[in-house]
Every structure is written in C-alpha cells, then in structure tokens.
Design a protein around this ligand. Structure first.
Ligand SMILES: NC(=O)c1ccc[n+]([C@@H]2O[C@H](COP(=O)([O-])OP(=O)(O)OC[C@H]3O[C@@H](n4cnc5c(N)ncnc54)[C@H](O)[C@@H]3O)[C@@H](O)[C@H]2O)c1
Length: 262
C-alpha cells in the first residue's frame, strides 16, 4: 500500500484496551481524533468500555475479543482492524497479567512461569509480527508498556520482572531491526491506579494513604492519563521523531528515591 493521506484519522491498535491503562490510552487517543481498535481477552470489559463512549467516539472504535498469547486471535484482529479502518498507524502493546506476585521460586510451576512470559512478552512479539507490514505502510510507531519492575523488584515476582525486562530489550532490538520504517519505544510505568478503570464487577474506589503518596517525589500515585499523555507523544513523529529504542520511566520519581531503613 500506497501512501495513506496524512489527513485521514490515524488508527491505533491497543492490546488490553478494555480496562486499566489500556482503556485510559484508548479514551485519550479517541479524544485526539484517532480511530481505536481495542483488543482484550475480557469480552464483558470490552462491551462495557464501548458503552462508556459517546456516539461519535463509538463510531471510531472497534472491539476484538482475544488472547494476545494466541497467534490466530491477534492475527485475525489486526487483519480485521485493517479491513475496517484501512490503515494502522500505532500499535500499543499494553496487555498483560498485571499482578506480579507468584509463589516463591521453588514452588513456582513451569506452567505459571510460561503463562506470564507468553502473555506479557510473547504477546508483544505476536502483535508486532502481525502489525509490522501495516505500520511500515504508514511509517507508524510501536509503544510497548513495560514496568519499573524491569529495573527493581519485590520478592516472588520473577516471571513478571523477567517479562518486563524482556520488553525493554525487545524494544531496542525491534528499533534497530525496523530502523527507517517504524519507531519502537517503551514506557515503564510505576504505580498507576487503575481500580476505577475496571469493568463494573471489579471497580474499586481508590484511596491512597499519606504514606502511599509520600513515597512518590511528586506526592501522588499515577493515573492512566499520565501514561496516555506519553503514548500520544511517542506516537507523534513531529514531537518524538528522534526517539527510538528508548524506555521512558513514568513513576512519579519513585525509582529515584533512595531508601534507608532506620
Ligand atoms: N497499573 C500499574 O501500576 C502498572 C505498572 C507498570 C506496568 N503496568 C502494565 O500496564 C499494562 C496494563 O496494566 P493495568 O494495570 O492497566 O492492568 P489491568 O488488569 O487493569 O488491564 C489489563 C488488561 O489486559 C487484559 N488482558 C490480560 N491478559 C490478556 C491477554 N492474554 N490477552 C488480551 N488481553 C489481556 C485484561 O483483560 C485487562 O483488560 C500491563 O502490561 C501491566 O503490566 C501496570
């Protein structure tokens, strides 16, 4: 294909787009005039997410149910997104098993290790593989959602930490392989509150203690909008055209704070 017009609305494909950060990113890009394809394993969350949109936004939104770790699911959804919208300009690899905690290493089962790696890291590979030709055609961008847990850890979080460290490495490897065609960057969020961005059955009212806030140099916990703003910056080649292969930490300064226990 063909030189899509720069004037046509741009199209983002967002994995894990129905809740949490992914929904925040979806809504932010819709607000900027993008067309959005949300891909998520949770069908109820997908339908509820669509219901929260106004009619004009809904006309620019698709929802696909599927598992990022199942190649046939992601391949079909990306093809159907292209068939409906005619282009893909941005891939946001956000889907993940967000709870990092697992049993200690001696009790951790191979299946559990594999599932986290397959979803959190394998899903980035699969979506990228199947979106790359479309992104080449638009000189688009890929944004991978890693985590500050790529750089620091709590106990008993090995598969999650390894998957996120893998995303940081995959990001610079892809940036080099796709150089001149597609920019590939990552965001490593710290603590982002997503309790109020879940489907109805799981929604919570966030309540952060003074200590929760104080451990962040900026004085608060993060919001999906903090991440969504960085996503739109990284998608915009006029603003971030000299960036590729990079991972940006967005964590309210938490990983820069040195802690001594008295
Ligand atoms: N919230 C945070 O503090 C935080 C911090 C750092 C990184 N992250 C990362 O951000 C991303 C989003 O996390 P979140 O906090 O919004 O979590 P969330 O659970 O609110 O949202 C994740 C979404 O991904 C979907 N999903 C899960 N497994 C999937 C699969 N196999 N295929 C397709 N969709 C799937 C879920 O249904 C859900 O809608 C994750 O990659 C997570 O690791 C979150």
């Amino acid at each position: 294909m063909q030189n899509p017009s720069a004037q046509a609305p741009r199209v983002a494909f967002i994995t894990g787009g129905a809740q949490g950060l992914g929904l925040g990113i979806s809504r932010h890009l819709l607000g900027l005039g993008w067309k959005v394809a949300m891909f998520d394993i949770d069908e109820t969350a997908g339908h509820e997410a669509i219901d929260t949109l106004d009619a004009k936004e809904r006309d620019r939104t698709l929802f696909f149910q599927g598992d990022v770790a199942v190649e046939a699911d992601i391949k079909l959804a990306i093809q159907q997104c292209f068939d409906r919208f005619g282009r893909i300009d941005g891939l946001i690899n956000n889907a993940g098993i967000a709870d990092p905690h697992v049993p200690n290493i001696e009790d951790l089962e191979w299946d559990q290790w594999q599932r986290v790696i397959n979803v959190n890291l394998g899903g980035v590979f699969l979506a990228t593989k199947h979106a790359t030709q479309h992104l080449r055609d638009t000189k688009g961008a890929i944004i991978n959602i890693a985590s500050t847990r790529a750089f620091q850890s709590e106990a008993n979080t090995e598969p999650y930490a390894a998957s996120k460290g893998g995303i940081v490495a995959l990001t610079h490897a892809l940036a080099v392989s796709l150089s001149g065609a597609i920019r590939v960057n990552a965001i490593a969020p710290g603590w982002i509150e997503v309790g109020d961005w879940q489907k109805k059955a799981n929604k919570t009212n966030p309540d952060h203690s003074v200590a929760d806030k104080a451990q962040h140099p900026v004085g608060r916990v993060g919001t999906p909008n903090d991440i969504a703003q960085a996503v739109s910056f990284l998608l915009d080649g006029d603003k971030s055209g000299f960036m590729t292969g990079e991972t940006i930490r967005i964590d309210g300064g938490m990983t820069h704070k040195m802690i001594y226990v008295d």
